[in-house]
Ligand binder design. Structure first.
Ligand code: ADP
Ligand code: MG
Length: 629
């Protein structure tokens, strides 16, 4: 019998395949099952026009057989089969276009070849050599007399010879490699349980049943209650569920079905908050079944979570990639789900560029779809949307701020902020719709929490004028006003700003206080940059404002993350000249300047505290207070 060399290209390919360290050797099973399913599909198609086939759709199956002793795993199908010519052409050569790209891809990726590329480049069959040191293909083609045996131990070539096989179809027997240093590296592929898991993971929606003899423990005959004895019996089981939920119409599937699919598939005890489906035919065809989880996963935000985030990508019922990161934009990466596209695998095996374009098209469709559905939830079920926003909103906000607000227009309407007047989270659009006729700005104020901001003296004048303030209680919010600048042409303005742009802001005559202000400035020295009369304070005696530039929230942020920068906001001490405390200070300046200086220090410290900043000298402050008794 003549041993044939693989073609040069194929040989190099094979060597690459076997000697590269693939992290996911397991995908070989997906590849063999996909080939079996393709072969069945071909014969099934034939049976529609050729009554001699004598098979019904229900007669087709893929069978996995394990022989632990012989270390073999066999994948059989009753599909179309191959003749000698097919074996030469299909298993002896790798499609030329695929191999070139594969190599390029591999070179581009340096030393970390991604396992996923195998199937995408139509070299599926060869992946079996990752786990097998010898492969036998016994096959009989439909409509032909003889059967054939193809055998190979890898790169050094293959043989083809006539053989005996009773039925049409193909049996691929892998002799599984011995384990190397890593325990169970290959032997696990000889265990039913592992194989079952792999079928569920990669081939659950293959359209024909994948069967395997599965061990069951049953009570041994003659064993008693006192001395129970179990024995293992084997029974054929179908391992795959075959019909994917996302291929069924939205109205054919119940809410419960969607929910239990999500819970099982994504191991979440909680039902999803939102189910999003899409079925698109056209330029690019795909089905998507997406879920917004009700709760954040326990590892939300961690590196591990980042790694797992993304949707699963299927093509023709076969899982191609999990997770596929490129299908979701960063701000929606909390979305789980499945996307299936028939266009994909075809393009992937031919040309990567095209594949990229298809994927991008699907990704931009999905982005739009998710956005629309979230806005719909915001409108239809506000409570649910608010709960959603609690959980994942920050991610959207960060997305809106990224790249200088490049996605502002897309994301701004999804954002919520606590409102001073509504006492609940509101959207920017709701805020603007409530703006007073002569109101120029969208007012906001930053602080630790809504209740803390609500007590800040800077809110007084705006509240007094019946104007709404958005409370920015997240560190990211501080950058929002700068990045967005405006919403619906209304600029953002901090309620702590010197100039609130209020209509007919009556300018009080503050000349007469200038002496006292100078006294306070002199007393406090460099601690404050200016002392001014406040036009916004109503009941509070003092507050700090920062003017343009670095705000107090930024100062706090940088103190936490980059203390070395020593980023400081300006401290402008604003004084409520109508307040009794100021009046007392004025009076003391004439009668007891020492006491007046103490008042100034105390007022300043109070302003610092209210701004949420740390006191430079807390015990000095309390001493000062006590010294007044
Ligand atoms: P691809 O599936 O992308 O074509 P593979 O390397 O997986 O690449 O398979 C190569 C070819 O071998 C298939 O296209 C098919 O023609 C043939 N083949 C593989 N497995 C089978 C099988 N079980 N039955 C019939 N033909 C098969
Ligand atoms: Mg294949």
């Amino acid at each position: 019998m003549e041993k044939k060399e693989f073609q040069a290209e194929s040989k190099r390919m094979l060597e690459l395949m076997i000697h590269s360290i693939y992290t996911h050797k397991e995908i070989f099973l997906r590849e063999l099952i996909s080939n079996a399913s393709d072969a069945i599909e071909k014969l099934n198609y034939r049976s529609l026009t050729d009554e001699n086939v004598g098979m019904n759709r229900d007669d087709f199956a893929i069978t996995l057989t394990v022989d632990r002793e012989a270390r073999t795993l066999t994948v059989s199908d009753n599909g179309i089969g191959m003749n000698a010519e097919d074996l030469e052409k299909d298993l002896g050569v790798i499609a030329a276009s695929g191999s070139g790209l594969f190599k390029k891809e591999l070179a581009g990726k340096g030393a970390s070849p991604e396992n996923e590329v195998i199937g995408q480049f139509g070299v599926g069959f060869y992946s079996a050599f990752m786990v097998a040191d010898h492969i036998r293909v016994l096959t009989k083609k439909y409509g032909e007399e003889g059967a054939w045996l193809w055998e190979s131990s890898g790169a050094d070539g293959y043989t083809v010879e006539p053989a005996e096989k009773a039925t049409v179809g193909t049996e691929i027997t892998l002799h599984i490699r011995e384990d190397g240093e890593e325990k169970d590296e290959y032997s696990r592929f000889l265990r039913e349980y592992t194989l079952e898991q792999l079928v569920r993971k990669y081939s659950d929606y293959v359209r024909y049943p994948i069967r395997m003899l599965m061990p069951h423990s049953v009570k041994k005959e003659g064993s008693s209650e006192e001395k129970p004895e179990n024995e293992e019996v084997y029974e054929y089981e179908t391992l795959n569920s075959m019909l994917p939920l996302w291929k069924r119409g939205r109205f054919e599937v119940t809410k419960e079905e969607y929910e239990s699919f999500y819970q099982e598939h994504f191991a979440d005890p909680e039902a999803p908050r939102l189910v999003i489906t899409a079925s698109v035919e056209g330029n690019v065809s795909y089905q998507a079944l997406l879920f917004v989880p009700a709760k954040a996963p326990f590892n939300y935000g961690t590196e591990q979570w980042q790694k797992e985030a993304g949707v699963q990508l299927y093509s023709a019922g076969v899982m191609i990639m999990d997770p596929c990161r490129d299908l979701l934009p960063e701000e929606f990466s909390f979305v789980r789900g499945v996307v299936e596209s028939p266009d994909l695998s075809l393009n992937i095996s031919r040309e990567l560029l095209q594949h990229d374009r298809q994927l991008k098209l699907i990704a931009s469709n999905l982005e739009k779809k998710i956005r629309t559905e979230l806005l719909k939830l915001q409108k239809d079920d506000r409570a649910s949307y608010e709960a959603f926003y609690e959980t994942f909103g920050r991610q959207i906000k960060v997305g809106a701020l990224e790249d200088g607000g490049a996605k502002k227009d897309k994301l701004q309407d999804l954002l919520l902020f606590y409102s001073s007047s509504e006492k609940k989270p509101v959207t920017l659009s709701e805020y603007v719709s409530r703006m007073k006729e002569d109101q120029k700005y969208i007012y906001y104020l930053s602080g630790e929490s809504a209740s803390a901001v609500d007590r800040m003296p800077q809110t007084e004048i705006l509240k007094d004028r019946g104007m709404e303030i958005l409370y920015f209680t997240d560190r990211a919010d501080e950058f929002l006003a700068d990045t967005f600048y405006s919403y619906q042409e209304k600029p953002f303005r901090s309620a702590a700003d010197d100039n609130l742009g209020l209509p007919e802001e009556e300018k009080k005559d503050t000349k007469k206080y200038e002496g006292t202000f100078a006294f306070i400035k002199e007393t406090l020295g460099d601690k404050v940059s200016e002392v001014v009369a406040s036009s916004r304070l109503k009941t509070h005696p003092v507050c700090l404002s920062s003017g343009d530039g670095v705000t107090f929230e930024m100062e706090k942020y940088f103190a936490a993350v980059r203390p070395d920068l020593d980023m400081k906001a300006r401290r402008i001490l604003e004084i409520n000249t109508d307040h009794a405390a100021f009046k007392a200070l004025e009076k003391a300046r004439e009668t007891d300047p020492e006491k007046a200086a103490k008042y100034a220090e105390i007022l300043y410290s109070q302003a610092v505290l209210i701004a949420g900043l740390p006191l430079e000298d807390p015990s000095g402050y309390t001493d000062l207070l006590c010294s007044l008794w």
